[in-house]
Write a protein that binds this ligand. Structure first.
Ligand code: AMP
Ligand code: FE
Ligand code: FE
Ligand code: ZN
Length: 293
């Protein structure tokens, strides 16, 4: 086994507790095998994967960072909204209880959305049931699990096709999940003692100019503390741009692969897409230093 002196970490990954294909223990084992010095588990909407990995990580000598990824809606003006994924890290403390209660209520909301989605798909002649999808998603069923069922039953070629035809925002059968505003989500994360970070900013689909800088400034006023500078979807040039933006605005820099396992087979833990990320241990030290302030 390689010694853990790579100096590299990964602060963005998913387990089977959300839509990843690696069980928490398997993910920690992979991180150890790759010689990563720390692993951030940032499942969508739940800490279950992190909680399940704590003992294994201690046994395998991987430093584990508690995180979470939540969707939010951001008002870009002219009545238009964009989705922004927000990460929160809790490197030094446990999330406050009201935050956990709120996450539970979100689970219920998700279940209701899934039920509506099944109904809409059925009206379009798709033979699908909630039980079938929940059997794939288990603890947290989301659209990627719908995609797998649709592919398996021959309604779509692959996951992308399923999102294009049935599940994505532009599909006729799209069903919206009720989401909080980005400012509200940041507020809840801060109140819980977390460090809010904008995940994969490239996906907000802004031009990388003054307007994007103003968006980040607005979010900083709402309590934002960091920007995910390194990510599998961000080119070296974009990573430089976001690093400069973070420094200019006084935001912490973070980075991670957004590893999901087999669901996104071109992304590797620790190194991203074709080795496009190299996240230094120093990023984690700065997160920790901030949360201990
Ligand atoms: P949900 O939280 O159930 O609404 O599902 C959101 C998840 O679906 C995201 O975290 C992505 O992993 C996945 N997703 C969203 N849009 C797409 C897309 N166009 N293609 C593939 N996966 C997507
Ligand atoms: Fe995901
Ligand atoms: Fe995301
Ligand atoms: Zn993610």
């Amino acid at each position: 086994m390689p010694s853990r002196t790579s100096g590299l970490i990964d602060l963005h990954s998913h387990t089977t507790a959300s839509d990843g294909s690696y069980a928490p223990r398997e993910l920690v084992a992979l991180a150890a095998e790759l010689g990563l010095e720390a692993l951030g588990i940032t499942d969508h909407d739940t800490f279950d994967g992190y909680n399940q990995a704590v003992i294994d990580a201690a046994n395998m000598g991987v430093r584990l960072v508690r995180g979470i990824e939540l969707n939010s809606r951001f008002d870009v003006g002219a009545g238009k909204q964009r989705n922004i994924h927000m990460l929160a890290y809790f490197p030094a403390s446990e999330p406050a209880a009201p935050f956990l209660t709120w996450l539970e209520s979100q689970k219920q909301e998700r279940r209701e959305r899934n039920l509506r989605l099944v109904e809409v798909l059925q009206t379009q002649g798709v033979d699908i049931s909630l039980a079938e999808v929940e059997n794939v998603g288990r603890s947290l069923t989301g659209r990627p699990h719908f995609a797998r069922v649709l592919v398996k039953k021959g309604y779509a070629r692959d996951s992308e096709d399923a999102f294009r035809k049935y599940l994505g925002e532009s599909a006729p059968t799209f069903v919206e999940r009720q989401s909080f505003s980005t400012e509200q989500v940041i507020g809840k994360m801060r109140a819980a003692g977390g460090i809010p970070v904008v995940a994969h900013p490239v996906r907000i689909n802004l031009l990388h100019d003054e307007a994007e800088a103003r968006v980040m400034e607005r979010l900083k006023e709402a309590g934002l503390l960091g920007l995910e500078v390194q990510h599998s979807d961000q080119s070296a040039e974009l990573q430089d741009y976001y690093s400069g933006l973070a420094r200019k605005l006084g935001l912490l820099e973070t980075g991670g692969s957004d590893f999901h396992g087999e669901i996104k087979p071109d992304i590797e833990l620790g190194s991203g897409r074709n080795g496009n990320i190299r996240v230094p241990f120093d990023y984690l030290e700065k997160l920790e230093a901030y949360s201990l302030k």
